[in-house]
Design a binder for this molecule. Structure first.
Ligand SMILES: Nc1ncnc2c1ncn2[C@@H]1O[C@H](COP(=O)(O)OP(=O)(O)OP(=O)(O)O)[C@@H](O)[C@H]1O
Length: 267
């Protein structure tokens, strides 16, 4: 069993014209850890996330996932390298069922098993076995996210909190080495936030859906969730890293408290 994969973010800078949205940020997200990136509005969190997940190419710096240089890969190769993400705004196929959403997420695996259609034409395909596995994996993640009874319902008909869990299930169906969550607790009620925290811990520890442990990186404004589940917190302000440490260290850091003055104070 793997123990997740180390993410190294090394002096990453992202400029938009004259604006430096991320300014030489470095940190490592250790295997087996939940690492949170926090900071006031406009601090550069989403931009940094977009660099890691391949939506932007960093202006400079290195991003390594294990031995893989993510910063050198085109955006569409990042998922293949083992990075899965969820979005601030939910992006599910609303008209498809929950199960179908999780099967679509596995289409690359299924295509590979059918040798991209050629094996199927020749009757040599491993597709049926792969399809069975894909359905089993999808059902395991539906169960882990408490959505098994909604498997055949349209994703768009689910309550908001359930859609957020389905997004995580979909990301996990790709078998990632690193899961990036962009404000997963946004809009959740306290009970749903608690269930989310438990799910993210289980993903980190490899106790959900029979999957291996997975490193987790999250952006989150809900300080209850951040302080409750993070092993390490990286704090950004005006694009730069101003603090890094355990939740207890971050809570007591005067730089962090100063950065948040006028915002919601952490903890
Ligand atoms: N595509 C873009 N083009 C130009 N400027 C951008 C772009 N994306 C982000 N920015 C700017 O970069 C800075 C950092 O924004 P970013 O969205 O990364 O912050 P954030 O910490 O995620 O904020 P929030 O908590 O409000 O989501 C902001 O000044 C923003 O206006």
């Amino acid at each position: 069993m793997t123990q997740g994969t180390r993410l190294v973010v090394d002096a990453v800078t992202m400029r938009f014209g004259g604006l430096t949205a991320v300014d030489g940020v470095s940190f490592t997200a250790e295997p087996g850890d939940i690492t949170a990136v926090i900071g006031p509005n406009g601090a550069g969190k989403t931009t940094l996330f977009n660099c890691i997940t391949g939506f932007y190419r960093a202006s400079s710096g290195r991003i390594m996932l294990g031995e893989t240089a993510l910063h050198r890969l085109p955006g569409h190769r990042i998922a293949l390298a083992g990075v899965a993400r969820t979005f601030q705004n939910i992006r599910l196929f609303g008209g498809m069922t929950c199960l179908e959403n999780l099967l679509v997420a596995q289409h690359r695996r299924l295509m590979a098993a059918s040798w991209f259609g050629i094996g199927a034409v020749l009757g040599l395909s491993r597709y049926p076995a792969a399809e069975r596995e894909a359905v089993e994996r999808a059902r395991a993640w539906l169960e882990a996210t408490d959505l098994l009874d909604r498997a055949d319902d349209a994703a768009g008909s689910l309550p908001y909190g359930a859609q957020r869990r389905l997004e995580i299930a979909r990301a996990m169906c790709t078998g990632p080495r690193l899961l990036c969550l962009d404000e997963p607790a946004a809009g959740l009620n306290p009970r749903e936030s608690a269930a989310l925290s438990q799910l993210v811990r289980a993903i980190r520890d490899g106790t959900a859906a029979g999957a291996d442990p997975c490193s987790v990186l999250l952006i989150e404004h809900d300080m209850g969730v951040v302080m409750g589940i993070s092993d390490k917190i990286v704090v950004l302000d005006h694009g730069a890293r101003i603090a890094m440490g355990t939740p207890a260290e971050i809570r007591a850091d005067p730089n962090v408290i100063a950065a948040y003055l006028g915002e919601d104070e952490p903890a």
